[in-house]
Design a protein around this ligand. Sequence first.
Ligand code: URA
Length: 232
Amino acid sequence: MKRELEELSGLLTSLREALELEKLSGVNEISSELSSAGRTDGGRGQKEEVLQKIREAVTGCKRCSLGETRTRAVFGEGNANADLVFVGEAPGYEEDRQGRPFVGEAGRLLTKIIHAMGLKREDVFIMNVLKCRPPKNRDPLPSEVALCIHYLREQLAIIRPKIICTMGRFATQALLDTTESLSRIRGKSFWYSNIEVIPTFHPAYLLRNPGDKKLVWEDMKTIKAKLAAANE
Ligand code: URA
């Protein structure tokens, strides 16, 4: 009963958010489509249709100057019904070229981490806070985040995973709206819109600091255990 109430409350929260986001983003009809996806228990096809609308908005987005300098916008990819969503910072060189998230060196490490969890990339959803590459991979500007983050919030409102794993300081602070340092909060549990958030280190950081891979593996084991408990 408690679980059903939580699910209902989650659905209401996503509907409310979608209504607010719709006003902000200019992506029309999200709320009614999300509501009908909810009525049929979040059918994957319907979620994909709504995500496709947001993908189209992202593809044509020129809200900030990154829309002029990018090669391709990177919406994200994966399973619209995923229990687990990974959130990174912004596309890099290879992602900008291919229009896909985490396909460069850091992406190959993320893929290995996902496989080590006994999952495939197609089982999860992978997305970034910024949908366009900052030139020379510089840090995202607060103004770029402010203009872009609603796409991430919309994606999460539609997918409604059981767990969001934010990777790196940037994604963690942006989603949780905190200034806490990542090393203090990684592996701990937070909440975003009734969805549990577990921050961990970014794979690019792990390439520079391989000794911290064991900490990330601890975080992945925490996530696996929580997913198994949620699906019991
Ligand atoms: N780093 C990120 O944060 N995102 C990507 O998609 C690739 C590298």
